[in-house]
Design a protein. Structure first.
Length: 227
């Protein structure tokens, strides 16, 4: 966790399998776990620690419901409801600007290319961003929320926009353009390959209040004439 800035100064524990004794020493009122900590439920319960497991939401609407849930379990229901409604209002305003769009651009969202070309489908909150923007996600026919696509599938799908969220892996627009067979992809020929900064990539990959910032960012990339 590196946002907000003050989070960087807080004590840190191991993420996937945190040490129960280290957690207990912090005397937490509440421990919020994600899908990566599913195997830790029994250990947390046996230690008498206040643990709630929250799997990653599969949609932007799910992110907003998660905000409301966290508000309830932390005693901040009113503030959480206010925030969720503000975010919903921003989503509605964006949707109104796209009301007359019948068919958005074909999009490939690259999450990682180190061990293969991983992306996101509409069954993830990341892919749901593109659904809300009426984009045609070339990965939606694949199985699961975060599938791996082959070079051939991507080339054949001919995305009109490519969004790179893996810049921290060293990926550059120039490298993508130079991939074998990619020079003829519409996004490459029309210079619509966009590399997100680390901060921007976080906006579209973390299921928190800034996800609407990410939605607005993608709207500007997909529809530069409207935003």
């Amino acid at each position: 966790s590196d946002y907000p800035e003050a989070a960087k100064a807080l004590p840190k524990v191991e993420y996937t399998r945190p040490n129960v004794e280290s957690l207990a020493a912090l005397r937490p009122d509440l421990i919020i776990g994600s899908g990566r900590q599913k195997d830790m439920v029994a250990a947390m319960q046996n230690a008498g620690l206040p643990f709630v497991l929250l799997d990653e939401p599969g949609s932007v609407a799910g992110v907003l419901e998660r905000i409301r849930l966290l508000g309830r379990v932390t005693g901040h229901s009113e503030a959480a409801e206010q925030l969720a409604r503000q975010l919903e209002a921003r989503i509605r305003a964006l949707s109104e600007k796209l009301a007359d769009v019948t068919q958005g651009p074909r999009v490939f969202h690259e999450i990682s290319s180190t061990a293969g070309l991983y992306t996101a489908t509409a069954r993830s909150f990341v892919g749901d961003l593109y659904t809300l923007l009426k984009a045609r996600n070339i990965a939606d026919a694949a199985a699961g929320p975060y599938p791996q696509l082959s070079q051939e599938v991507i080339i054949q799908a001919d995305p009109e926009v490519i969004v790179l969220a893996d810049g921290r892996e060293g990926v550059t627009v120039e490298q993508v353009r130079a991939r074998p067979g990619w020079s003829g992809i519409s996004a490459v020929t029309r210079q619509r390959v966009y590399l997100l900064s680390d901060v921007q990539a976080n906006l579209v990959s973390r299921p928190g209040p800034r996800v609407v910032d990410g939605l607005e960012l993608l709207a500007k990339l997909l529809y530069p004439d409207r935003f």
